[in-house]
Design a protein around this ligand. Structure first.
Ligand code: ADP
Ligand code: MG
Length: 393
């Protein structure tokens, strides 16, 4: 009964996803920190279109048009963002592997989207928490027909090295406590053998069973603390590392069918380019590692979107680790985060270009432009009316 329903559902979902493409790109713009600064956002369409304006150029030449699957403006709430992510997240309970990435320059809102504001408050929690809460709900709703076990791992990738973030007593563990270094194929082999044995897991990273949102909060706090511990050791490292939360789903239905899948929730390192003439030593090395791993990720997703026969998973630790969850029937969602401020314009364009490159959405330039022209015309009319009114008074 149930298994058949799930299979049917899955077939249907597959068909819809094949039509839509398994790679989605959402863009989120955080609220401006300072209302006084020039805002580069010109137009946000309900259809996922975005028009930005170069603050240093006259309106017409400085306009750039992008198209994504979905746009979230500065007023979008955590719940609104989650709602549009929920169906994708839920598919993990039907056996799909899912990856959700937060991409963007430091300060653009990646951690806000994935974790929420720091401080461990339940208010405004992000996708990580809301996702698990939702998975628990599904698990309890289906408990008569399928029994789910949910486990969580959390690691950090820094300079192509992987580190467990869910070590209970990190104070006794000398920093750094890496689990594998990048120097050999050992990690790759370990991941592969793990994958064939028990679904996909990260070897040597602790695996935590979670049964309630309280368990999740505890782990999120632990992971957060461990991330920060290292941040002070090497200043503000968290913006220069990727953090990967992996949720392992194991389900067994009444006829004994086993289902295994995982959901990866990834807060990527800041995508900002550093001026090579200004940084040296460790900082330069970090920048090069970040550049390399983010461009590898872009290459992999682009290759998948173009349905290439060769997918270059092995060029970075991150893509290697996520190999089973990128491509095939796996589902990928990337949040491109941008700041609205004029002084971030260069980084904003580069983030949007990256996001557009990995997106399977055709650039709907003509349409967005047309709408944008209408908006501009209306704006001009309002300005004229305001002037006329001012003259009268
Ligand atoms: P990142 O992780 O990309 O470096 P953060 O998520 O830390 O950026 O966001 C930078 C700051 O902006 C934080 O203080 C965060 O709380 C705030 N912020 C980001 N996005 C939003 C948002 N959508 N609404 C309100 N505040 C936000
Ligand atoms: Mg962050």
């Amino acid at each position: 009964g149930f298994h058949k329903v799930v299979t049917e559902n899955r077939k249907l979902y597959n068909m819809v996803q094949d039509l839509k493409g398994n790679i989605r790109v959402y863009c989120r713009i955080r609220p401006p920190f300072n209302e006084e600064t020039k805002n580069v956002i010109d137009y946000i369409g309900d259809d996922g279109s975005l028009v930005i304006l170069d603050p240093s150029k006259p309106q017409k030449d400085g306009r750039k048009v992008f198209q994504f699957n979905r746009m979230f403006g500065p007023t979008a709430t955590q719940d609104e963002v989650f709602k549009d992510t929920q169906p994708l997240i839920r598919s993990v309970m039907d056996g799909y592997n899912v990856c959700i990435f937060a991409y963007g320059q430091t300060g653009s809102g990646k951690t806000h989207t994935m974790s929420g504001p720091s401080g461990g408050s339940i208010k405004d929690v992000g996708i990580n928490y809301l996702a698990l809460e939702d998975l628990f709900e599904i698990s309890s709703r289906r408990k008569d027909i399928i029994n789910y076990d949910i486990h969580v791992q959390m690691v950090e990738i820094y300079n192509e090295q992987v580190r467990d973030l869910l070590v209970e007593d990190s104070s006794t563990t000398k920093y750094p406590f890496y689990i594998f270094s990048s120097t050999s194929d050992k990690y790759f082999q370990a991941i592969r053998s793990c994958a064939s044995e028990n679904g996909l897991s990260l070897p040597d990273a602790t695996m935590h069973s979670v049964k309630s949102t309280a368990d999740v909060l505890h782990l999120m706090k632990l992971g957060g603390v461990n991330r920060v511990v290292s941040s002070t050791a090497i200043n503000n490292r968290s913006s220069r590392s990727h953090s990967v939360v992996t949720v392992h789903i194991h389900g067994k239905d009444i006829s004994g069918n086993i289902l295994r899948s995982c959901l990866h929730l990834i807060d990527l390192a800041g995508s900002e380019r550093v001026d090579k003439s200004e940084v040296t030593g460790d900082r330069l090395k970090e920048a090069q590692y970040i550049n390399k791993s983010l461009s590898c990720l872009g290459d992999v997703i682009t290759a998948l979107a173009q349905k290439n026969s060769h997918i270059p998973y092995r060029n970075s630790k991150l893509t290697l680790l996520l190999q089973d969850s990128l491509g095939g029937h796996a589902k990928t969602l990337m949040f491109a985060h941008v700041s609205p401020e004029g002084d971030s314009f260069g980084e904003t364009v580069s983030t949007l270009k990256f996001a557009q490159r990995v997106s399977t959405v055709e650039l709907g330039a003509a349409r967005a432009n047309k709408e944008s022209n209408e908006v501009l015309q209306l704006k001009q009319q309002i300005d004229n009316l305001k002037k006329a009114l001012a003259n009268k008074e």
